[in-house]
Design a protein around this ligand. Structure first.
Ligand SMILES: [Zn+2]
Length: 206
């Protein structure tokens, strides 16, 4: 099924939020709504938001999730081990990078992922990919050959390992797992440009 993917870069860290819509539908899924709520709302336009999918619990990927969820009464999902990060200025990385927590730190009521999420006519397979954080996941649309990789896999890089819950051993296992996906799978990371599994696999000796 053809899908439409819109990338919106948000906030100081230029985090990539993706608005994902199946062709012929008037609703959409939002992956990693970082900051800049009003910019995201403008991009979403008239569409209904059916679900908000977080790749992990870092602040730059989640700051608009609470308000969006409230507006659309949409469920928010995050990896089970990252639930604890959402309301926590230290664990989410906010305090370390931005200083004092914002007074309007948004509460986020999120459910832990199961193996898959079906929303807005799309079936996302949830691939646990710990390493950057304990509960990092990648979201795979197998039929469409599309992967939302969060801060696990970037174009020419992978996510930091020195933040809360980061672990090199886990990251190696996660990259190995991702590199078993078909080479042509298009990868949409949490920062920077899109790439493919094949292009990234070629950079590593794993
Ligand atoms: Zn991150």
């Amino acid at each position: 099924m053809p899908i439409n993917i819109q990338k919106i870069s948000c906030g100081l860290l230029q985090e990539n939020c993706y608005i994902v819509q199946a062709e012929g539908r008037d609703d959409c899924v939002v992956v990693d709504p970082g900051d800049e709520y009003s910019k995201l709302m403008a991009a979403i336009g008239e569409r209904h938001v059916g679900a908000i999918l977080l790749t992990h619990g870092h602040f730059d990927h989640i700051m608009a999730a609470g308000p969006l969820a409230a507006d659309y009464d949409a469920p928010v999902y995050v990896g089970a081990s990252d639930v604890e990060m959402l309301g926590d200025a230290e664990k989410s990385g906010y305090a370390g990078m931005m200083g004092n927590p914002r007074a309007d730190w948004p509460p986020i009521d999120a459910a832990p992922y199961g193996d898959a999420v079906s929303a807005c006519g799309m079936d996302f397979t949830v691939l646990p990919t710990p390493g950057h954080s304990k509960g990092s996941v990648c979201l795979y649309l197998e039929g469409e050959g599309v992967l939302f990789s969060g801060d696990t896999l970037f174009r020419a890089g992978y996510g930091r390992l020195d933040l809360y819950g980061g672990n090199m051993h886990s990251m190696i296992g996660s990259l190995k797992k991702l590199f078993t996906l078909p080479q042509g799978v298009k990868v949409y990371p949490g920062h920077g440009d899109a790439t493919t599994i094949g292009e990234e696999r070629a950079r590593y000796r794993l």
